[in-house]
Write a protein that binds this ligand. Structure first.
Ligand SMILES: CC(=O)N[C@H]1[C@@H](OP(=O)(O)OP(=O)(O)OC[C@H]2O[C@@H](n3ccc(=O)[nH]c3=O)[C@H](O)[C@@H]2O)O[C@H](CO)[C@@H](O)[C@@H]1O
Ligand SMILES: C=C(OP(=O)(O)O)C(=O)O
Length: 427
């Protein structure tokens, strides 16, 4: 087991290239199950969520060849093997195996997913969608059993705007008989990316990226080649790092429209942000203004950037209010930031940050993926050495983070933990 160490307080400069989007990757891989010949995905990030999904594809009879950048998945010999336990618990996106296997085989058994603990994360809207398409769905001892004689298109109104439910229903519907209409669908860029892959495989999908998606079922889907979109959350994390510690940081391989809500907030704080086709330059400043943020569904401010952005706000002059409207309990990073001297209190769904504070290096623990990102940003900003444990969370979603930050001039490294440290951490 390893920990991350950061010698903080130094300015950063240079160019960093963003990897493929985690939240696309984890849906694209299950989507390939629906094809009957090999699919190649270019630009997949080398993160543990991708590796775990690759293992799951192999567990059910497919092949997953991944060189760290491009993956070829051969789904030809996949069978609808039950996956009630095991690796499905290691990530959130294993729920896409339900939609994909149901779509191809009309049956699936998949354990309830893992992923970040951010408060309750029900999948009732996924199930509502599967049932509307004709599946019988039961929950038996923590695993979801799905079975249909036939899947038939339906009109499905989502009571909650959900990324996962929108994609899962698309996966189940592309090979159903007739037309499916998803109303109040989520509009995140990752949904368009998945729809693009499915369309390249032969699916008929219109409206992805709007709140009404129309899918006309087809009998067969085939292999293709697909290039994944860049990770807007990773890009946003580096923009935040640029605002906190950057002399000038260029974030390369980004779609600027995908991070507009963050760009606007950084400019409001007084940060210089210049965008071009696929790059964003961020220049930090000593005087940051306090701002309020409220997380919303896309194109609003993403909840996945709320935690690292909260760290940045500790450097801003005045009081900032951070409200997470998506998750009720996405504030586990706050206690750790307090250990580093941040002045933050949590009131219900809001965190109130009073700054500016000079953060101090400390021993802290990442409780979830973006809490980890928040602590990395804090470590870069802090005086002295910061030690971060809980790296398995960070490794789910950031590809080559240490190498990328060292490339910008940071002093950050991974170190093996002693048996005593591991024991202390687990208690
Ligand atoms: C693998 C992946 O892509 N994860 C992302 C995905 O998670 P995920 O797909 O889990 O998030 P959703 O968009 O589904 O969830 C949004 C909100 O809706 C609620 N909800 C969702 C489904 C449902 O059936 N019932 C229900 O009540 C959730 O509890 C949450 O409060 O979108 C989130 C919101 O942008 C991001 O934080 C995650 O990084
Ligand atoms: C919450 C996240 O991931 P997951 O949904 O995979 O837990 C995230 O990417 O910030």
């Amino acid at each position: 087991m390893e920990k991350l160490k950061i010698a903080g307080g130094y300015p950063l400069r240079g160019t960093v290239r963003v990897s493929g989007a985690k939240n696309s990757a984890v849906a694209l891989i299950p989507a390939t199950i629906l094809a009957e010949s090999p699919v190649t995905i270019e630009g997949l990030p080398d993160i543990s969520d991708v590796r775990v999904l690759g293992d799951l594809v192999e567990e059910i009879g497919g092949t997953f060849y991944f060189d760290g950048k491009e993956a070829t998945i051969d789904p030809t010999n996949i069978v609808s093997m039950p996956l009630p336990n095991g690796k499905v618990k290691k990530l959130r996106a294993s729920y896409y195996l339900m939609g994909a296997m149901l779509g191809r085989f009309k049956k699936a058994v998949v354990g309830l997913p893992g992923g970040c603990h951010l408060g309750p994360r029900p999948i009732d809207q996924h199930i509502k969608g599967f049932e509307a398409l004709g599946a019988k769905v039961t929950n038996e001892q923590g695993a979801i059993y799905l079975r249909a004689d036939e899947l038939r298109g339906a009109r499905i109104y989502l009571d909650v705007v959900s990324v996962g439910a929108t994609i899962n229903i698309m996966l189940a519907a592309v090979r159903a008989k007739g037309r499916t209409i998803i109303e109040n669908a989520a509009k995140e860029p990752e949904i368009i990316d998945v729809a693009t892959l499915l369309s390249n495989m032969g699916a008929k999908i219109k409206g992805a990226g709007t709140d009404v998606i129309r899918i006309d079922g087809v009998e067969k889907l085939s292999g293709c080649r697909h290039s994944i979109i860049p990770d807007r959350i990773e890009a946003g994390t580096f923009m935040i790092i640029g605002a906190a510690m950057g002399e000038e940081i260029v974030v390369d391989n980004v779609i600027p429209q995908h991070v507009e809500s963050l760009t606007a907030k950084l400019r409001e704080m007084g940060v210089r942000v210049e965008t071009s086709d696929d790059q964003i330059l961020v220049a930090g400043t000593k005087e940051l203004k306090a701002v309020d943020i409220k997380t919303l569904v896309y194109p609003g401010f993403p909840t996945d950037l709320q935690q690292p952005f909260t760290t940045l706000l500790t450097k801003a002059n005045g009081t900032s209010v951070v409200t997470d409207t998506i998750y009720c309990s996405r504030f586990k990073h706050i206690d750790e930031l307090r250990r580093m001297s941040a002045n933050i209190k949590v009131e219900g769904r809001s965190a109130i940050v009073t700054g500016p504070t000079q953060l101090q290096g400390a021993k802290v623990k990442a409780s979830d993926l973006r809490a980890g990102a928040a602590l990395v940003v804090a470590g870069l900003m802090a005086e002295g050495i910061t030690e971060i444990t809980g790296l398995e969370h960070i490794d789910r979603g950031y590809c080559n983070l240490v190498e990328k930050l060292n490339g910008l001039g940071a002093t950050i490294w991974r170190e093996k933990m002693s048996d005593q440290e591991i024991e202390q951490m687990q208690n």
